[in-house]
Design a binder for this molecule. Structure first.
Ligand SMILES: *Cc1c(COP(=O)(O)O)cnc(C)c1O
Length: 388
């Protein structure tokens, strides 16, 4: 009989983050419960019309039907560089930009360009699981940097042992942060560059949430730090900014040697993003400012409603300055998984246990604000009435 032998790297993958909660959710739905899913971070609102129109037009143009350049269209990379320059205090040339099939793709391929088997990579804990798994795929060894409340959910570089730092080849970071919703200031990014230079560590900064912010206060980007380009790259995504998660488009910007090495991997794996989507992406970047403000006002309203409910239930939650997540402490006496389970059985609300994002996420859980205000209000009512 034919036997399929699964590779060790697949066998060693941690269980899928949403596996347990998905199972419970499916059972509850089967039993007829009215579930409110505040789990997955996927915007509920549609992509704005001006972007859809640009796609329709570009899709009808036969010159867009052939293989795109794997590095992205010159026009898209140029617009991305321009957008970065306008939005951040940084000077990026289009040759320092590469188009990605969503930032997840670029993140996942980066370790293949820089990690040799046995090399160490510094990974935030809690964090987006792709960082750690892509390091493992490249044969690397993750070293976790706990993001602690007392440090504002920023890593403490001084807590990384000297011999680890000396062996580390790259570091993943993500601010505004998923799942903690923490933001980083320029002083942190400046320290980060100094640290990276000292130990020769490539900084890979995931900036998927820079445009989801509150009170008009725009988060700082890593590329704004002095010398950032020399030591790292930053991944940007159109997914969360313009409600385009299904479209698969993003870009990375930073040091051209780093960008080119990532490009070399990509050129052997994929063939770029459909040009019509890149053309729609150009329009998104050009015309998004007013739209972003409107969208953030919607999240702001939702956020207030949930924060009030958690507050009145005696649950300590962090008021996010950015991202559409609320990170909260599970009440004493429960593990993250136990409390998430309780929320589901008592209130029919799906949340994500912090422990799913790493050991240091234990004791916390994450709420995503990506359902309608009506459902958010209903969820708030249920939280208030649940009496934990
Ligand atoms: C959503 C998300 C991404 C992926 O975004 P895409 O551009 O859609 O691939 C990357 N990093 C974090 C932390 C995210 O939450």
């Amino acid at each position: 009989m034919f036997r399929i032998n699964i590779a060790q790297r697949v066998k060693e993958l941690p269980p899928y983050l949403f596996k347990e909660i998905d199972k419970q959710k499916a059972e509850a739905i089967k039993a007829g419960s009215d579930i409110i899913d505040l789990g997955v971070g996927d915007p509920d609102l549609p992509t704005p019309n001006y972007i859809i129109e640009a796609l329709s037009k570009a899709a009808a143009d036969p010159t867009n039907h052939q293989y795109p350049s794997y590095a992205g269209m010159e026009a898209f990379n140029k617009e991305a560089a321009l957008w970065l320059k306008k939005r951040f205090d940084t000077d990026i040339k289009s040759s320092e930009v590469i188009t990605l099939i969503g930032s997840k793709e670029g993140i996942a391929h980066t370790p293949l360009a820089f990690i040799n088997p046995g090399d160490i990579a510094l990974i935030p804990d809690p964090g987006y699981p792709v960082y750690e798994n892509s390091v493992r795929f490249a044969g690397g060894i993750p070293f976790y940097m706990p993001l602690k409340k007392e440090n504002g959910f920023l890593p403490d570089f001084s807590a990384i042992p000297e011999n680890i730092a000396g062996k580390a080849k790259l570091m993943f970071l993500n601010y505004p942060n998923n799942p903690t919703s923490a933001t980083a200031e320029i002083s942190f990014f400046n320290d980060l560059v100094l640290y990276a230079k000292k130990y020769n560590i490539i900084v890979c900064h995931d900036a998927a949430y820079t445009e989801v912010y509150y009170n008009g206060k725009k988060p700082t980007g890593f590329l704004e730090a002095e010398g950032a380009k020399e030591v790292g790259i930053e991944y940007h995504s159109l997914s969360k900014t313009y409600n385009m998660t299904g479209w698969r488009i993003g870009f990375a910007a930073g040091g051209s040697d780093i960008i080119n090495a990532l490009g070399k991997i990509k050129s052997n794996v994929d063939s770029g993003v459909f040009q019509a989507i890149q053309i729609a992406g150009i329009e998104a970047l050009k015309g998004g400012e007013k739209y972003i403000e409107e969208l953030n006002r919607i999240y702001e309203k939702r956020k207030r409603i949930i924060l009030d409910a958690l507050n009145s239930a005696g649950i300590k939650a962090y008021d996010p300055k950015a991202t559409f997540y609320i990170w909260f402490e599970v009440p004493k006496g429960y593990s993250s998984a136990e409390f998430v389970s309780l929320l589901l059985s008592k209130a029919n609300i799906v949340t994500i246990p912090g422990s799913g994002f790493g050991k240091a996420g234990e004791g916390y859980a994450r709420i995503s604000l990506t359902v309608s205000e009506e459902r958010i209000k209903e969820a708030a009512l249920r939280i208030k009435n649940a009496k934990f």
